[in-house]
Design a protein around this ligand. Structure first.
Ligand SMILES: [Zn+2]
Length: 286
């Protein structure tokens, strides 16, 4: 950790049964231990399995946080993933790259979206990388598992009044004071997190009563995943350790006292990602 919380006590994270050091885990949503291997979606020794209880699909044997901090930090795996996708599915992948204007469009309007969702105030980005973006009206805070990127982000955030904590989200989130944030961003993060429930519980605690959490994860329930199978863009071994459907997201959010509002409900079946706002369950959705 490079930046201990300055103005609050460190909370004790709940003692959930998943340990980052074990190489085989129970269902991250319902904690059922047994699961069925999905051969078509597994790759080499990375075993993608389905929970017979709640139906969630997840990587049974994630590499562990220390590996993520070093070997699997995603800025390093990006290059090899690019190469793999190009080789396995050149047409679809080139088309995907060619239509990246979607992301440019998103970046251009992110400031406005943040204002709509969070108003203003303190904003926490979990899995913030090196945090090049900053949005007017917000004090930026971050959590980042790559040491190198966390140090860069910490420097940038301190210049704007916030700071970045280095470490896994499931433990780092508990180092922020209770009800601190107006907004929490989990963009392309929760699918990497070995202990998503622990993160959501910590986020619910760190969120103001009227705050909101933005979540973007690959949409395992998409029609595209059913059509292209293991070539679906949401599969990444071993970086992605949870494959959420909307039902999965609602179930795990409810366990953390949060409710889910989908941001793109109409196009969702055709969308490779779920975009949603999570609020405290006592709040009336807008
Ligand atoms: Zn389950």
């Amino acid at each position: 950790m490079t930046a201990p919380a300055k103005d609050g006590t460190v909370a004790k994270a709940p003692d959930l049964p998943v340990s980052p050091s074990v190489q085989s885990r129970a269902c991250p949503i319902c904690d059922r231990a047994d699961s069925d291997r999905l051969e078509a979606y597994s790759r080499n020794h990375w075993s993608v399995e389905q929970c017979p209880g709640c139906g969630h699909v997840y990587l049974k044997n994630p590499p562990g946080y220390s590996a993520l901090e070093q070997d699997f930090a995603w800025q390093k795996t990006y290059a090899s993933e690019h190469e793999r996708r190009l080789q396995e599915n050149p047409v679809a992948y080139r088309l995907d790259v060619a239509t990246r204007f979607r992301h440019t469009w998103f970046r251009r309007t992110t400031a406005q979206k943040y204002r709509d969702w969070f108003g203003s105030g303190k904003i926490l980005d979990i899995g913030c990388a090196n945090s090049k973006d900053w949005f007017e009206g917000f004090t930026p805070y971050g959590i980042e598992i790559s040491k190198e990127l966390a140090e860069e982000a910490d420097q940038l955030m301190r210049a704007k009044g916030g700071y970045c904590i280095f470490g896994p989200g499931a433990s780092a989130i508990w180092q922020f004071p209770e009800a601190m944030f107006d907004g929490i961003v989990m963009s392309s993060y929760l699918e990497h997190e070995e202990q998503p429930l622990k993160v959501l519980l910590g986020a619910a605690r760190a969120l103001k009563p009227d705050g909101a959490i933005y979540v973007r994860v690959p949409n395992y329930g998409s029609i595209n995943r059913r059509l292209v199978g293991r070539n679906w863009c949401g599969f990444r071994w071993p970086d992605h350790v949870n494959y959420f459907t909307v039902a999965d997201l609602r179930t795990i959010a409810a366990k953390a006292g949060l409710r889910v509002r989908l941001l793109t409900p109409v196009r969702l079946p055709f969308d490779d990602n779920i975009n949603a706002l999570l609020t405290h369950d006592t709040m009336v959705p807008t």
